[in-house]
Design a protein around this ligand. Structure first.
Ligand code: PGA
Length: 250
C-alpha cells in the first residue's frame, strides 16, 4: 500500500504572530506539492493567524500541545474544542522537549491522544531514545513502551489515521541526523509494534515520520526508505529550506 507522505514543521517556541504571517507568506508560493500533506505545527498564539494565512492552500495547521480535559479550571491550558474551533487539524503530542522539560508522561500523552480522536483531531505522537539509551542497546525496548502506552485504548481504525514521529533525542537540534538506515530500522520497528498491537492492515496504514535535524541535504535519502512516511522538521521549518523538503521528489 502506498502511504501519502506527510511533512510537518515544528516551529517550537519561535515566531510571533507577526513573524508567523511573514513566514507563511514566504513559504506560500513554494510549498504546493500535490503528493505531500504539508502541516505547520505552530505555537498556540499563532494558530489563528496561521489558519487565516494558509486559507486556500493545501497546508494544514497543527498545535504543539493540548490538554486532555474538555474545559474548566486548568489555567494556561488549551482544550481540544478550542483547537477544532480555531481550525486546527493535527496535534503534536509527547515531543521529547515536553516529556523532558515539562515532565509529560506516556500515560498523559495517551489521554491526550484519546481526546484527539474524540474531537476529530489527528495526533502526531513523538517518541525517541536518548543517546544513553541507544548506547545501552535499549532503543527499541524504550520506543515500543512509548508506543504501547501512548496507544492504549486507541482502536485500530483510529490508529490507522494517526501519525507517529520517531525523533532520536540526540539528533534533535544538534545537526547530527540519524543515518537513513538507523532511522529506517526504528521506523520499521515501530510499524512491527503496531502490527503486534493491532494487525498488518493498521501497521500498513499508519504514517511514521522521522525527525531530528532533517534538512534539504538529507531528506531525500531518509524519505526514500520504505517505512519513513515523512518528516517532523524543527530548525529547517523556519526558513525557505522547508519548501525544499516538501518538494523532495521534484
Ligand atoms: P530539528 O527538530 O529538526 O531542529 O532537529 C526536530 C523536532 O524536534 O521536531
Amino acid at each position: 500500500m502506498s502511504r501519502r507522505k506527510i511533512i510537518a514543521g515544528n516551529w517550537k517556541m519561535n515566531e510571533t504572530p507577526t513573524e508567523a504571517k511573514a513566514l507563511v507568506e514566504l513559504l506560500k508560493p513554494l510549498v504546493n506539492n500535490p503528493d505531500v500533506d504539508v502541516v505547520y505545527g505552530v505555537p498556540a498564539i499563532d494558530i489563528t493567524t496561521v489558519v487565516e494565512a494558509v486559507k486556500g492552500t493545501n497546508v494544514q495547521v497543527a498545535a504543539e500541545n493540548m490538554y486532555f480535559e474538555e474545559k474548566g479550571a486548568y489555567t494556561g491550558e488549551i482544550s481540544p474544542a478550542m483547537l477544532v474551533d480555531a481550525g486546527v487539524k493535527y496535534v503534536i503530542l509527547g515531543h521529547s522537549e515536553r516529556r523532558g522539560y515539562f515532565h509529560e508522561t506516556s500515560e498523559e500523552i495517551n489521554k491526550k491522544i484519546l481526546k484527539c480522536f474524540e474531537h476529530g483531531l489527528t495526533p502526531i505522537m513523538c517518541c525517541g531514545e536518548s543517546l544513553e539509551q541507544r548506547e545501552q542497546g535499549i532503543t527499541m525496548d524504550w520506543i515500543r513502551q512509548q508506543v504501547k502506552v501512548g496507544f492504549q485504548h486507541v482502536t485500530a481504525d483510529q490508529a490507522k489515521t494517526a501519525v507517529i514521529a520517531y525523533e532520536p533525542i540526540w539528533a534533535i537540534g544538534t545537526g547530527k541526523t540519524a543515518t537513513a538506515d538507523q532511522a529506517e530500522e526504528v521506523c520499521k520497528g515501530i510499524r512491527d509494534c503496531i502490527a503486534e498491537i493491532y494487525d498488518t492492515d493498521t501497521a500498513e496504514a499508519i504514517r511514521i515520520q522521522y525527525g531530528g535535524s532533517m534538512k534539504a541535504a538529507n531528506c531525500k535519502e531518509l524519505l526514500a526508505k520504505p517505512d519513513i512516511d515523512g518528516g517532523l522538521i524543527g530548525g529547517a521549518s523556519l526558513k525557505a529550506e522547508f519548501a525544499e523538503i516538501v518538494n523532495y521528489n521534484k
